[in-house]
Design a protein around this ligand. Structure first.
Ligand SMILES: Cc1cc2nc3c(=O)[nH]c(=O)nc-3n(C[C@H](O)[C@H](O)[C@H](O)COP(=O)(O)OP(=O)(O)OC[C@H]3O[C@@H](n4cnc5c(N)ncnc54)[C@H](O)[C@@H]3O)c2cc1C
Ligand code: FES
Length: 371
């Protein structure tokens, strides 16, 4: 039995300097980072399992923001994330090589909609498909849904290349010990042979269908959580839709769009406005106050990039169209949104856009971040 909640309104994201209280190696290429949350910031950092924070740092003269999902169900006074090395990646490489207990980092308050929309669930069956670091939000979701009712069940299909590279193996085994009947764990290894053929090799559409046929009874499932590379998430969504699963029961989170270029090109781009040139006039409402900025027509500048010129606290995290932190409602004028991996059809219908991806197409554009 379960009820579906309405989409919660969003709290404004804010940054605070937090102290790292522990750094723990998870694999050769991944760490778990614990932040201490002082009592006076407890409200700012309260979160729903499945949400993420963003970390803001200056590295080699570049101001970076990177998002990391919270990897445990809420615990008073702390918040944990896990960072996996992205080969050639600026922040993850720095963090894994340098981050130590006692250091301070600017951390954004939790955001995100990759959360369970089911309230008062009993005897509910949840399923997650995760790959690599995509396990982080799922870990929090497993803990919270299973502790909510002894009748709830959770099935996890977790794909990695090898067991050595698998993050949170021990934590998952502990959860299995704690919830032996409620939790079903299916580790799929792509570069290691497992005793079951079904759980060996690439998690492609055929294997996913096989897993559903043999291990998970899809009509029983109240909510699906998909987190991993773009292609995997897409194939799972398509397969589930093809099987007639209600798309409202499918939640997904992308960490990147898997495009070859660095996904941060839509913020912090220096754009100069010269006298006499054609401009778009962008008006935006944020935290109850309204500001206006102009953007040269030829610059093809995103609303976010322009807005950051006059207010440094305009919310954003990935700047790549995947996280949804920068969303706002267009109240006047028109925009062209280049990418959207974050907004749902009903949000688009209500006029929401991702401001990191939206370029004005009318002379005047107004957006409301408070909506
Ligand atoms: C909502 C959300 C939640 C997330 N949660 C997690 C999490 O829990 N754990 C986790 O590990 N990650 C998570 N991520 C991903 C994380 O935010 C970072 O994107 C990731 O850590 C890589 O950051 P980086 O600075 O190391 O890499 P970047 O420097 O951003 O580089 C990213 C990739 O692009 C390549 N690249 C860099 N420059 C170029 C170039 N000029 N041309 C071509 N390629 C280039 C790099 O080699 C690298 O592979 C999440 C992302 C989102 C949006
Ligand atoms: S900042 Fe992530 S979608 Fe715009």
């Amino acid at each position: 039995m379960s009820d579906t909640a309405t989409v919660p309104t969003r709290r404004r994201a804010r940054f605070h300097s937090l102290t790292v209280s522990q750094v723990r190696a998870l694999t050769d290429d991944a760490i778990e980072v614990t932040f201490a949350i002082p009592a006076e910031l407890a409200n700012d950092y309260s979160y729903d399992p499945g949400q993420y924070i963003a970390i803001r740092t200056d590295l080699d003269g570049e101001n970076l923001r990177r998002s990391y999902s919270i990897c445990q169900a809420p615990v008073e006074g702390q918040l944990k994330v896990a960072i996996k090395r992205d080969l050639g990646g600026l922040f993850s490489t720095w963090a894994i090589d340098n981050l130590r207990a006692g250091m301070q980092l600017d951390v954004m308050s939790p955001e995100g909609k990759f959360t369970s929309q089911i309230v008062r669930a009993t005897a509910a069956h949840y399923v997650a498909v995760a790959a690599g670091s995509g396990i982080t939000p799922v870990l929090a979701l497993i803990e919270s849904t299973l502790s909510a009712s002894p009748l709830n069940r959770f099935s996890l299909v977790y794909s990695n290349r090898t067991s050595m590279e698998t993050m949170f193996v021990d934590e998952l085994a502990d959860l299995k010990d704690k919830y032996p009947v409620q939790l079903a764990l299916y580790h799929v290894l792509t570069r290691e042979r497992r005793s079951s053929e079904l759980l060996s090799g690439r998690l492609d559409e055929a294997k996913f269908r096989d897993i559903l046929r043999n291990l998970i009874y899809a009509p029983d499932v109240v909510e699906w959580f998909l987190c991993g590379p773009f292609d995997l998430v897409q194939l799972c969504r398509d397969t589930l839709a093809d099987l007639g699963i209600d798309t409202n029961a499918i939640r997904y989170e992308l960490f990147t769009t898997d495009r070859p270029d660095r996904p941060t090109g839509q913020s912090g781009r220096p754009v100069e406005v010269k006298a006499g040139e054609d401009v778009h006039t962008i008006t935006f409402r944020l935290d109850g106050t309204t500001a206006t900025v102009t953007s040269p027509v030829h610059s093809n500048e995103s609303i976010l990039n322009a807005a950051l010129r006059v207010r440094g606290d305009v919310p954003f995290a990935c700047a790549g169209g995947v996280c949804g932190t920068c969303r706002a409602v267009v109240t006047e004028g028109t925009v062209n949104m280049i990418e959207n991996y974050a907004l749902e059809p009903e949000e688009l219908a209500r006029g929401y856009v991702l401001t990191c991806q939206s370029i004005p197409t009318s002379e005047c554009v107004s957006v409301n971040y408070d909506a």
